[in-house]
Ligand binder design. Sequence first.
Ligand SMILES: [Zn+2]
Length: 534
Amino acid sequence: MIRSVLFLGLSLGLYGQGLLTIPEQSQYRRTSTVHEVKVFMDLLQQTFPDLQPYQPREAPARTEMGQPLRAWRIKATRRDSVRVYINANIHAGEVEGKEAVQMLVREWLQGKHPQLRESIDLVIMPCYNAEGTDLLDPRNRVHQPNPESGVGIRENAQGLDLNRDLMKVETTNTRWILSMFQAFNPHVVMDLHTTNGSYHGFYLTYAPALAPGFEPLMTLNREILLDVRKELYRKNFPVFDYGNFSYESRDMSKLTEANDPPFISSPKSWETFDWRPRFLTNYPSLRGRLSILSEAYVYRTFQERVLETKSFVLECLKVIRQRASFIRTITAQAEKEHPTLLPLSATPKLTERFVFDVIEPIRDSQGKLIGEKNRRQVELPALTSYQYSDWVPLPSGYLIYGDHLEDIKKRLSAHSIPYKKAVREHYSALHFSFIEKERKESPRPFQGIKTLSLVGEWVLQDKSLWPKDKLRNAIYVPLIQGKARLAFYLLDPRSPDGFVYWRLMESKDILAIAPKNGQPLTGPSSQSNFEGQE
Ligand SMILES: [Zn+2]
């Protein structure tokens, strides 16, 4: 009784404050915990029953440490809707998206965006890295203007970066999100971040999916963001493709604490980040889906970062609504495509020339930006998309057998990649085995793993290479429509983000079956490697 009176009092208190989020209640001195997000969403739900908790079928409900994985859904009122999934706090030090999505949902339910509400089927996940979310500490991310509560940490409790886990599926969170891909099947995925320390003149930077997807889908992804950029510039909200200034390597030797990069010499270009599908916003293009990365600018105030993230998301949703029927058409085409060649490497390419603001910062002892000495404008090449290279033919499918088979089956299922027991048709097909020419193990572990980059090629073999009993116990993974790209990047031993790279299987555990069109399975074989997203 006392508890319910207390709860009623608390509820009325919050109603009195007009359903405010934790930052709004505290004049942006605090950010929410996992529990506080639930309390806010429960209160919203009491007033607006259209808001429903969302849990994908067969998805884990909690993280390894028992923290709840909670999402919410507001269904569109029209049948021909676009499904959008918004993820926040994958890096739990970057809390702005977590707060912005709560405010966005409140506005959505209060009827402030009636056209969007009608045509967008929305799922939001405010605390994706639920373990990092509650580890609030003012000592985290001290270089940014912080709420007094501090912010959470980047990694999960196992020390893993959830935004590098999409392909290897090491964490419960990734299993949750892959179940969401299967069950909710979003047309668009958004992931909300904050930059780490780059200096530039934008309030927010963004990126489309960069892993090589169906060409018309990749074009549409860029066009959506160009529309958003145009509209936001009209509102004096400068945004651009996510990236950093890059310099001639000789200039880097002059770098000291006192000299910030932009003023040592002029930057030579603006470059985007890694194209590999381990990132949540790169992965969707391998499944024929669109995505948007949002990176609030670290040196804006906490309140500005939250509100600007919300404005950016809203502008994206407006453009998504305007282009809804095209989005449905192109994603449906992407599900039917069957690529015959896919690239193993990529290099950033000139996408446009743009006039950038280059800032000379004034920083305090903790590296926090407290002012600007100078700002000048420089026109530079913007390398914000990729030129893909080292195109190789795809087999019609793979046979897999080995010590790790049961584990591989689980990971394939997590990605919704179909497989079946190998049968006679597969034993009698033309088999290619992978011949390694060069093995390069990373000198240091990355995400706890010494990754393996292989150079080599598929070579046609005598059928006797694998004995009959091995073939009989193998699984067959077909490269079928809509899943061919993903299966290829998970299974080809040369893939820079596949199971061999992550040491989950060996190249001897896999055979390729000849393509149906009789194309040879040979081609170049190299990898590219770099990191850099914040
Ligand atoms: Zn981040």
